[in-house]
Design a protein around this ligand. Sequence first.
Ligand code: HEM
Length: 429
Amino acid sequence: MRFRNNPLHFLTEIRELGDIVEIGHRANRKILVLNHPDLVKEVLVDKTSSFRKGKGLQIAGKFLGQGLLTSEGDTHKRQRRLMQPQFHSKHIASFAQLMVEHTERMIHTWANLENRNIHRDMTELALEIINKTMFGHTITEDVDKIGEIIEAGSRRNIQQAKSIINLPKFFTKKADDRLQESRSYLDRIIYSMIESRREKPDEQHQDLLSLLLAAKDEDGTLMTDQEIRDQLITIYIAGHETTANTLSWTWFLLAQNEAAEKKLWVELDEVLGGNPPGLQDIPKLKYTNQIIQESMRLYPAAWMIGREAVEPLVIGGMNIEKGDTIFMSQYAMHRNPKYFSNPDQFSPERFDHEFLKTIPAYAYFPFGGGPRVCIGNNFALMEAAIILAVVGQKFKLQLAESHVVKPEPLITLRVQGGLPMRVMERANS
Ligand code: HEM
């Protein structure tokens, strides 16, 4: 119950109880939490074949289908091999310009001293960027509706994942019908993208959609529309929600830390001199990148990873049976005082001097690890740095006084109820 009611608090509290903590049972199988980075590595990297994804993602599979996030075994290996080139640094470098353009377009619609829901802005921007870069599609759909659908789906998913018993269908019919409706809405968007690309096959595209349409099995068979749909919807959702949340948390943290905000402005002005950031500038924006790292430490969009054992094994001296669940929480680990001094304090400076080399590898794992590590990690980091740089050159974002900002751990760690902020032109601030 305590886990269900307030998972972030609970996971932080039980950190002191040991490296591996049994928190309960589901259908006679243990539920364990790992608190030591080496054990996290054992599960994510060394003994990966003894596990499959946890219940949360198994349930999400009903919505996402057999996409990269939810597929298992050889199917996953094949899909990963196929899609990896699309995410190589060389390939994503070509997206920098698009990311700048979309961000500039967004801030051109902002007026000085205007109150805005910054979480909505970040979601819309991240959605536009993923659509354009991966599918060559310009978004014309209702972004608020898409946001609502994803939130409702996420809520239903987490509710199911947390429940110890499967409730009779009668109790869940309404929520399930709503989920089905949402699925149909998103499917319509995705299938129409596939259809319109199939209708104009000779246009030169080098995006994920073209790659999937041209991909063949060993026996030469092309992917079905359903298989392509599963991959697209996975990238569509995984590729924008996480980044949008990371950016929202970053603006929230900066608004509360004037010194860090000033340091960001100085760096942006010195490195960019009023010009839009180019690809070559991103590594030079050291403090900007540290802000993003620190934001993902305090508010990791993926706040917990779950795995289910598919065979008996031993982890951290404990016997794990087939069907046992293991949770690893980035939120709790990233705030562990053993690895991070003043862990609740926002301090991008801590990432100076190759700090990550001084702590165990999996004390900081915002993108997971091993063969299931986030495929979009470099894409997300580049995107976040560009958005921070383009917006930060022109605007200061101030928190709305009356609004209490609270994290809400759904599938991703969201800002509960949006993020109302006032945008102020820096020249006037
Ligand atoms: C700040 C942004 C992001 C964060 C924090 C994040 C986090 C994660 C994490 C923790 C995982 C591993 C889940 C697990 O092991 O169960 C993951 C997997 C994945 N992410 Fe991300 N992600 C981000 C952005 C993106 C972007 C931009 C894309 C696509 C463009 C993406 C696509 C995926 C996919 C497809 C997987 C599954 C990979 C596989 O299993 O082979 N993510 N992400």
